[in-house]
Write a protein that binds this ligand. Structure first.
Ligand code: NAD
Ligand code: 6OD
Length: 484
């Protein structure tokens, strides 16, 4: 059986305590994950600290950049290994993992290598009281050992989205992947060794959150900064841990994102866009659309068209041709999603389509499958509309005016993303200015330019990453004043 070891100081490290990794498609045990205890987390943090003072810390930016390009190239060379690991861990469709997850895993190293190579720092000439001059300039220095705590929905993409810029800035990292998805983070250890990244620069500790590797890492006094992607309430626990030692955090948290479709939108494109934003990755995307608001003149037509699209999704295992909807990540998550399907019914929702589980053949019947689901008719106060479900589902409600759409979109504690569909350029810009989110897509969804700011407002996060914004988190600016 596959063994998922910790990766500490360039070595794969077994532990006495393991837990099973199960395949979401059929719940079969596919591997044993070696859980890191306090001793392994201590060792990983110590290795990361030693590497900072060692060859990694002494390397020039140009040398670091070359190594990060090599990491990206090696991920691409081992594309099929990463693809297989990601599909086994998550059950996501091959079409999705091969077009989104794995290419972004490589791009996250390449792009941040380019950014650090080209970023300027400020410099000012000033007058001094004695009539002379001084030069002030900034040095961009690493923040130190960065703890990287990751979720399971886009494991390689979201982990490298943080590891790429952290390493580009000269930091070292200790990564805690989700307990559900140990594969690609472990594989990346092989890549680091192959291309010659010094020992201790990239470390991986496996385990859970509370009372396990996640808590040990985030409480560790040797960790200088914590970057986290996951649920908002986990963010609260990590923030409390980070308070000890006033360590900075960067948080990408949950969402309850609104999709807004105006009557003047390109109808077919809007339907296709909302189909993606509601159902891609089986709805397990933080940027996904679980609340859809459609302007009344096209409401009935839109609901019927989205129903047809949802029913045309092909449910099945990763490699089956034409599959567009995989399983949920775990039995526990399936129970959570189905509890919302039940709540919607109990609150009197009209179930437009879905609402249950599909019947799957053979061993797949043990997997974590749910039907793509659409509801109408719930009050806005419903937990189904206020809480993040993180499944392939959405509620659709009508609206009449632009002001009403803005009020509906903003009536949530979250503030991550929105997608607005209209052909009126004025409407588009007004909506972008009025909706309280970190990310606003107009006539599109999940279009990404890695140079731009990414993150959420309200309960959806703290800070922005992407482009130079990542450098703000992963470096400290030191101001140097030189009397000339
Ligand atoms: P989660 O918060 O349950 O777990 C994320 C990670 O935190 C895991 O590695 C887990 O082991 C660890 N963890 C849990 N409790 C911890 C603790 N007390 N201390 C330290 N570590 C702890 O999230 P998940 O279920 O893996 O992912 C789904 C969630 O992530 C959703 O809410 C989704 O919206 C969010 N998410 C947000 C973004 C974004 O960019 N905003 C991206 C992806 C996912
Ligand atoms: O594209 C990204 O960089 C990113 N952080 C995506 C997040 C997706 C959430 O599930």
């Amino acid at each position: 059986m596959k063994q998922f070891h910790n990766f500490i100081n360039g070595e794969f490290v077994a532990t006495a305590k393991t837990f099973p990794k199960r395949a979401p498609v059929d719940n079969r045990v596919i591997g044993a994950v070696h859980e890191a205890g306090p001793a392994q987390v201590d060792a990983a943090v110590a290795a990361a600290r030693a590497a900072l003072a060692g060859p990694w810390g002494k390397m020039s930016v140009v040398q670091r950049v070359e190594l990060l390009y090599a990491v990206a190239d090696e991920i691409n060379r081992r594309f099929d290994d990463f693809l297989e690991a990601e599909m086994a861990d998550t059950g996501k469709p091959k079409s999705l993992a091969s077009h989104v997850d794995i290419p972004r895993g490589a791009a996250n190293f390449k792009v941040f290598a380019d950014i650090i190579k080209n970023v300027p720092t400020e410099s000012f000439e000033m007058a001094t009281p004695d009539g002379g001059k001084a030069l002030s300039y900034a040095l961009r220095t690493p923040i130190g050992v960065v703890g990287v705590v990751c979720p399971w929905n886009l494991p390689l993409l979201l982990m490298t989205w943080k590891v790429g810029p952290a390493l580009a800035c000269g930091n070292t990292v200790v990564v805690k992947p989700s307990e559900e998805t140990p594969g690609t983070a472990t594989l990346l250890g092989e890549v680091m060794n192959k291309v010659g990244v010094p020992k201790g620069v990239y470390n991986v500790v496996h385990g859970f959150g509370p009372g396990s590797a996640g808590e040990f890492l985030t409480r560790h006094p040797g960790v200088n900064a914590i970057t986290f992607t996951g649920e908002t309430r986990t963010g609260e626990a990590i923030m409390a841990a980070a308070a000890k030692g006033v360590r900075p955090v960067s948080f990408e948290l949950g969402g309850k994102n609104a999709g807004i479709v105006f009557a003047d939108a390109d109808f077919e494109k809007a339907v296709a866009g909302i189909t993606r934003s509601a159902f891609e990755n089986c709805g397990q995307v933080c940027l996904g659309t679980e609340r859809v608001y459609v302007q009344r003149p096209i409401f009935d037509k839109f609901v019927a068209a989205l129903k047809a699209k949802a029913e045309a999704l092909k449910v099945g295992p990763s490699e089956e041709p034409g599959v567009t909807l995989g399983p949920l990540i775990s039995g526990e998550h399936k129970s959570k999603v189905l509890s919302y399907y039940e709540k919607a019914r109990a609150e009197g929702a009209k179930v437009v389509t879905g609402g249950g589980t599909p019947s799957m053949p053979g061993t797949l019947a043990e997997g974590h499958w749910v039907q793509p689901t659409i509801w109408t008719g719930l009050p806005e106060s419903s937990p189904v509309i206020q809480e993040e479900v993180f499944g392939p589902c959405c509620h659709i409600a009508p609206f009449d005016t632009e002001e009403e759409a803005i009020a509906l979109a903003n009536a949530t504690n979250y503030g991550l993303a929105t997608t607005v569909w209209t052909q009126n350029i004025g409407t588009a810009h007004r909506m972008a200015a009025a909706i309280e989110v970190g990310l606003c897509w107009i006539n599109s969804w999940f279009l990404r330019d890695l140079r731009t700011a990414f993150g959420g407002s309200k309960a959806s996060g703290i800070g922005r990453e992407g482009g130079v914004h990542s450098l703000e988190f992963y470096t400290e600016l030191r101001n140097v004043m030189v009397k000339l």
